[in-house]
Write a protein that binds this ligand. Sequence first.
Ligand code: OSB
Ligand code: MG
Length: 371
Amino acid sequence: MKIEKIELHHVELPFLHPFESSRGITFNKTCIIISVHSGGITGYGECSAEAGPWYSAETIVTAWHILEEFLIPQVIGQDINTIEEVVQKFSPIRGNRMAKAGLENAFWDLFAKAGSVSLSKMMGGVRDKIPVGVSIGIQPSINKLLEVIEKFLADGYRRIKIKIKPGWDFEVIRSVRERWHDILLQVDANSAYTLEQIKIFKELDQFNLLLIEQPLNYEDISGHSKLQALIKTPLCLDESIYSLERAILALELNACKVINIKPGRVGGFITAIKIHDLCKGKGIPVWCGGMYETNIGRAGNVALASLSNFTLPGDISASSRYFKEDIALPDFILNNDSTITVPSMPGIGVDIKYNKLLRYRIKHQSFPNKG
Ligand code: OSB
Ligand code: MG
């Protein structure tokens, strides 16, 4: 397929509620929507780089730069027919995985639409609905958190994840467990602790948590390995697993018992699937993490989570949990068994609404650049 045009759209959508983690508080979703045009078909991808380098080293501005100067020039005007060719063309460029993922994933949508298959089918997905949960940010008080959890349980979510940080951990989790003895409960520290704080993790063992996500520094695979040896609760790595090689290392060192896979963090669906396959071979369950995606990125996550080893509920909540209105439709809705249905239409299964895109778009560029 001749790649005739690629567009970058920087969008900023207000969240319905701000999200707070150990890394700070976020009021808006910023991302770059990427469209790839060929023969009357358009493929869409979402680059999940945030406004600042808090979760990943990349930002909206660095991703735009890498896309404009290095990635798009590799593919624009070229005849490209497989994802492998795209990945091959990106391989000279180091790191910058969110930038690569946004563009690679747009090619997946393009090729899936051209072949009239759903993205899930193209990836080898086996599920027509996927189990999901909800990720709840740090709240002003424990009472407020209990109220928020109660609402999400009433909505039908059957797996709750709460963000923790030093000072917002033991008492908080104890209160939640006291109120709901057997809900599926997990916590995410986003690297807020060090090994010196081992005591808190030993104490958390009593709460029957599904897992503890990314307690230590994202570079510290060896620290997670030491920590996992000292506690019963499974550790799950998020930020640490930014490549297939990091997943291999983490599993070799028993640094975790579960892996959270995010397509943006690992550089695109190809690597996400390779990590999935690696884990499957080793009996390590995986689940799909989230980056508060718009429906474009969410659709990709839903398709990915339809692969066989995504056995734990993903951070893929209904669209209405994030935004008043999305830039693509239809919205994803929660089924009453805490699942989301995997689209079966060709491609990602959602369509850009241009009037909405224009409402929330703050920067746009088209390639080839006609000046
Ligand atoms: O650590 O999992 C995380 C969002 C942005 C950056 C990091 C994380 C998250 C989430 C969001 O937890 C989950 C969601 O999209 O609902
Ligand atoms: Mg996380």
